[in-house]
Design a protein around this ligand. Structure first.
Ligand code: PMP
Length: 338
């Protein structure tokens, strides 16, 4: 039920660090999960079973499936402030207030990097303050990390939020996914981990996670897990250019750079067209999505008049923007936002 031991072992090193003491001390309960979604759902079910009266605090906005996942696990949801529509950045003051005002020992869902849908991440300093305050309140942080390596191109850098929490001695939960960074969406390969007080507790927690998995899907798929573990292990054994080339693209340096480049080009194009609006947020945000600030009506015009498709909250998938269509996109955005 726990899936590939090797894959899980290598996956934990990515999130917690190659030389993590938590791994050495066997303090992390972890199982292979059905990609990031499955990891979140397994955790939500675990939360319901072992903390039946608890709630989950979810950022506004968030990936819409978070609401469905915790709803179907029958965990009541609360929200916390995250995005500021006017600055198109983080509403840090309100976020901190919400952390302070939540009952001690609350569960908080945090996006480890490349927040979906906003592309707005806290700075390192802000993560430190969030971690500190959550420690003071005894909150439990559950990190959803669907884009490690996809935000900055560097998996270590993208795990910074988690590392800050670990330095502060938090016991965290973490959902990892290989859908984006390894392009394995269809394989449903991921991992759920929970940091425990000690090895004994980790054994118990892992056993309970497996109990939850058994009647739900029995065991996770093996093929994609072999792809992941083969590559992650190979990169250490073979110092070959071939492997570094694969790893480079796996952890999306090229993809991350391409998206960051497209952000700059889109912004420059809009500015060249003489748009009076500020498009600074396009380059400030990070990851696969740009939360453009366009209204549902403006998005409808893009769809109907220009055949450009995005979610009605104005979220552009930057992965779909290319050198070939960025000019057309900028023109269309300018037309509907004039
Ligand atoms: N969490 C977030 C924030 C996401 O954006 C996604 C992908 N859309 C997921 C989890 C789930 O990804 P998957 O199940 O494909 O790994």
């Amino acid at each position: 039920m726990g899936g590939s031991v090797k894959m899980v072992e290598e996956t934990l090193k990515l999130a917690y660090g190659e030389n993590s003491d938590l791994i050495k001390d066997k303090r992390i309960a972890a199982v292979q999960a059905l990609s990031g979604t499955g990891a979140c759902r397994l955790f939500a079910d675990f939360q319901k079973r072992f903390s039946p009266d608890s709630q989950i605090y979810i950022p506004v906005p968030t990936w819409s499936n978070h609401h469905n996942i915790w709803r179907d696990a029958h965990v009541p949801q609360r929200t916390f402030h995250y995005y500021h529509p006017e600055t198109k950045g983080l509403d840090f003051a309100s976020l901190m207030d919400d952390i302070k005002n939540a009952p001690n020992g609350s569960f908080f869902l945090l996006h480890a990097c490349a927040h979906n849908p906003t592309g707005v991440d806290p700075t390192e300093e802000q993560w430190k303050e969030i971690s500190y305050q959550m420690k003071v309140k005894g909150h439990f942080a559950f990190f959803d990390m669907a884009y490690q390596g996809f935000a900055s191109g560097d998996p270590e850098r993208d795990a910074k939020s988690i590392r800050i929490f670990l330095e502060d001695g938090h016991l965290i939960g973490c959902a990892q996914s290989y859908a984006k960074n390894m392009g394995l969406y269809g394989q449903r390969i991921g991992c759920l981990s929970v940091v425990c007080e000690d090895e004994k507790q980790a054994v118990a927690v892992k056993s309970q996670l497996q109990q939850l998995a058994r009647p739900m899907y029995s065991n996770p798929p093996v093929h994609g897990a072999l792809i992941v573990s083969t590559i992650l292990v190979s990169r250490k054994i073979h110092d070959l250019e071939y492997y570094s080339a694969i790893i480079g693209s796996l952890f999306s340096q090229g993809m991350a750079d391409r998206i960051i480049g497209m952000r700059t080009t889109l912004r420059e194009n809009l500015e060249k067209l003489g748009s009076p609006l500020s498009w600074e947020h396009i380059t400030k945000q990070i990851g696969m999505f740009c939360y453009s600030g366009m209204t549902p009506e403006q998005v409808d015009r893009l769809t109907n008049e220009f055949h450009i498709y995005m979610t009605r909250n104005g979220r552009i998938s930057m992965a779909g923007v290319t050198t070939g269509n960025v000019g057309y996109l900028a023109n269309a955005i300018h037309e509907v936002t004039k």
